[in-house]
Design a protein around this ligand. Structure first.
Ligand SMILES: [Zn+2]
Ligand SMILES: [Zn+2]
Length: 161
């Protein structure tokens, strides 16, 4: 193990023409924990180029990965691509020190998390009666609904109309 965390770069190691670092970072490394709607089965990939301009360090690059997000309709977790194509940060007066990108990269990727998400546009969701996942099963209630006139609930519905 290096003494530095994945996204900490000593500026002394940055050559005049800049340097490109590519690698992987886990969500755990970014202090992003799984919660109800999000899970993180695989790490993020990054490619960053660090250059020194005067006393500042410029960081430009990309982040990408796949997270799992809970579907708003059926509550199953489904894979969701997340990416930041235009990572750009400037760290002022840090030459001679260690640049730590962790906090900024954490913010960058959190901003890509979807507020709402469907596993598929065709997701059928959950049965309102029994809670069955209609993508996977055809529950007794939906079969009864399809049975038509004999279904007392369907008749009740038409009375209300
Ligand atoms: Zn769904
Ligand atoms: Zn049902």
């Amino acid at each position: 193990m290096s003494a530095f965390r994945t996204l900490q770069f000593p500026t002394a190691n940055i050559p005049p023409d800049g340097v490109t670092h590519a690698g992987e970072i886990t969500f755990q490394d970014l202090a992003i924990d799984p919660e109800d709607r999000f899970a993180f089965p695989s790490p993020l990939h990054f490619v960053f180029t660090l250059t020194i301009v005067n006393d500042d360090v410029l960081v430009a690059g990309k982040l990408s990965g796949v997270i799992e997000v809970m579907c708003d309709r059926c509550t199953d977790n489904a894979p969701c691509k997340v990416a930041v194509d235009d990572v750009f940060h400037r760290y002022e007066n840090v030459v001679g020190e260690v640049v730590d990108l962790t906090a900024d990269i954490r913010e960058d990727i959190l901003l890509t998390f979807p507020q709402s998400y469907l596993c598929s546009d065709a997701c059928r969701g959950l049965c309102p009666s029994c809670g069955g996942n209609l993508n996977r099963e055809r529950c007794a209630c939906s079969a009864a609904a399809d049975a038509g006139q004999d279904n007392p609930w369907r008749q009740l519905d038409s009375l209300k109309l």
